[in-house]
Design a protein around this ligand. Sequence first.
Ligand code: ZN
Length: 164
Amino acid sequence: MALRNVVKRGDPILKKKARPVSEVTDRIRMTMEDMLETMRTDQGVGIAGPQVGVLRRMFVAEPEPGRVYYMINPEILSKEGSELDSEGCLSIPGLYGIVERPSKITMKAQDLNGDLQEYTFEGFDARVMCHEYDHLDGILFTDKAKEVHTEAEWEAIREQENNK
Ligand code: ZN
C-alpha cells in the first residue's frame, strides 16, 4: 500500500464528474486500499477517487473505526428526511460547514469483488456516504453548506450563542 496525495480545493479535478469503473481489477483494488490508508493517515472518515486524482466513480468510507465500506459505481436509490450537521473534507482542510443531508438513504454499489451490494444508512453514516457520493459528481460540501467557517470561528460563534 502507498499513500496518495490528496487533491485540494481549487484543483479542477474536484469539479469534474467521475466516470464509471468498467471492471473491478487488481489495480482498482490496490487504489482503494491506498485510498483507505491515505484517509486514515489524514484522520478522515471518507475519501473519493477524484480526491486522489482518480476520476472514477468509487469511494472508501469508514464512518466508525474498523467499519470500512468500499463503494464502486455507487447509486443512491432512495433518500428520506433531512438533518443539519457540521462537515469537513480532506480536500478543504481547516474549514467546516453546516450541511443539510438526508437522515436515511439506501444505496447500491459494487464491492471489491465486483459484486453488487445494497445498504441502508442513517444519521452520520448517511451523511458520510452522501458527502463522498457528491465528490463523484464534482460537488463539494462548500457548494451546499449554509455557513462555512474555520474551527476557531465556530468556537467564537458557539461562545457568543452561549452568552446570549
Ligand atoms: Zn470530501
